[in-house]
Design a protein around this ligand. Structure first.
Ligand code: SF4
Ligand code: SF4
Length: 454
């Protein structure tokens, strides 16, 4: 029997509802239908009695995870402890710009120019994404006259509804952490043959609130992909493009109402988005370093944001037990093709906060020089928190996994036992591959140019 046949049999097995008995987890199997639903109703709404949830999505869809809410506290960002005030970082130091500057070696410097466009579909989405990159699109002066608007709670609900209407999969509102802004931004169209100082400028915006929108990278595509084949870059670009458009529209809308608003998306960030996602109650920091996991989508998502002074009622950060889970799971570290993710049991201090000591430089090197496809999202694919097929068994697993370290072992065992994450399901493979164009040397002349501040 082939691997794929075994996986198809597995699905039939799950549908038959006999898997739990075979695994000896009957107690767990009783939970999702009743207890998980009760947890969702009782826990999800506790933090928001004031009604700022969306009318279009009255429940935040956290899947079957048990989600608790965390009080806003300046000594913490969600469940990440701040040991000393984090310093604002420069955009010039993020991985792809280090590659552009030649700090990661010759091949990544060459590869970063074309690691997305070397797959023509990824290049096409990326092209559309860059059309909304100019400063005049992401930002501008607010209208001189302010419109009358509802109170902050109603306005928050309205903004969330607007984001869902524009096809966001999730949206949250947070208090904007001032340390999360970039200290310096890279100029559009930076020329890295010139000195660093000529390519950056001080980024001075400081606004009180942030709206964060999230779009799924697409379940079936992820299920068919290896995580580092030709479609990998396109999965990211799909969600970057979609969230970028939503953010640009929301920011323009808010400026028209008379308030300041700047969109931040993958072609023009004023801040890295992971801390913003935590502040907006959409996830927790994971073992991968700075990637933030959503209880239902894992990190099969991309984000864009709007910083604003529109009076809003921020959500609370969330806790679904991810720190305990990542402590024991390590599945992303086992599967990373460039050994970029830490196996350490505990997070360590990094720029004033606690996080796992994963190596973003090794990750960037792999993504820019991967010759089996375009970029990489293997850690995203294998993470047990990605929603998978819609089975009661997977729901049981995430419900159990959000209940502490001991339970985390069980979810990981379930995930491994059923081949979740590492499987490739051919019936969903819809895209075309052009392996000859994935070589860094040949791809560099094939099309396009860098999507990251060429
Ligand atoms: Fe490793 Fe790929 Fe994830 Fe980077 S994106 S950490 S190379 S699995
Ligand atoms: Fe955490 Fe496991 Fe996901 Fe890695 S794969 S981020 S260790 S839950």
């Amino acid at each position: 029997m082939s691997d794929n046949e075994k996986k198809i049999s597995r699905r039939a097995f799950l549908r038959a509802g006999t898997a739990a008995a075979a695994l000896g987890v009957i107690g767990a199997a009783q939970m999702p239908g009743q207890a998980a639903a009760a947890a969702t109703e009782n826990m999800t709404f506790q933090a928001s009695p004031t009604g700022q949830w969306s009318k279009l999505h009255p429940r935040h869809d956290y899947g079957s995870a048990l989600v608790r809410f965390v009080e806003n506290d300046d000594r913490w960002l969600g469940t990440s402890e701040l040991l000393s005030p984090p310093q604002n970082t420069s955009e010039a130091d993020m991985g792809f710009n280090q590659a552009n500057r030649g700090l990661l070696g010759e091949l990544p410097q060459k590869g970063v120019r074309n690691f997305i466009p070397k797959h023509p579909f990824g290049g096409a989405i990326s092209f559309a994404r860059t059309l909304i990159a100019p400063e005049t699109v992401v930002d501008g002066e607010p209208s001189p006259e302010k419109f009358s608007i509802p109170d902050p709670e109603q306005m928050s609900q309205h903004i969330k509804d607007a984001a869902y209407f524009l096809r966001a999969d999730e949206v949250g509102i947070g208090k904007m952490p001032p340390y999360a802004y970039y200290s310096h931004k890279v100029k559009q169209g930076a020329d890295w043959t010139k000195p660093l100082e000529e390519n950056i400028y001080e980024f001075t915006e400081r606004l009180p609130y942030v709206i964060v929108v999230m779009v799924d990278q697409h379940l079936e595509t992820m299920l068919a992909s290896t995580g580092y084949d030709g479609i990998s870059g396109s999965q990211s670009m799909r969600s970057y493009h979609a969230t970028g458009n939503i953010a640009v529209i929301l920011a323009k809308y808010i400026r028209t109402l008379g308030y300041r608003a700047r969109a931040h998306h993958s072609a023009n960030y004023g801040a890295p988005l992971p801390p913003l996602m935590i502040a907006a109650g959409l996830g927790e920091l994971s073992r991968t370093g700075d990637c933030v996991i959503h209880p239902r989508l894992g990190f099969r998502h991309k984000l864009a944001a709007v910083t604003t002074d529109l009076p809003l009622a921020p959500d609370k950060p969330i806790d679904f037990g991810l720190i305990d889970f990542c402590r024991v799971c390590k599945k992303c570290a086992d599967n990373c093709p460039n050994q970029s993710i830490s196996f350490d049991r505990e997070p360590v201090e990094y720029n004033g906060y606690l996080r796992w000591n994963s190596d973003f430089k090794k990750c960037t090197i792999f993504r820019t020089t991967n010759e089996e496809g375009s970029s990489c999202g293997r850690c995203m694919k294998v993470c047990p928190w990605n929603s998978k097929e819609d089975s009661w068994f997977h729901k049981a697993g995430t419900w159990i996994g959000s209940r502490g370290e001991a339970s985390a072992n069980l979810l990981k065992s379930i995930d491994d036992m059923f081949g979740y994450g590492t499987e490739e399901i051919p019936k969903y493979k819809w895209w075309l591959e052009w392996p000859d164009n994935y070589k860094v040397e040949s791809a560099a002349t094939a099309s396009g140019g860098s999507i990251y501040n060429k």
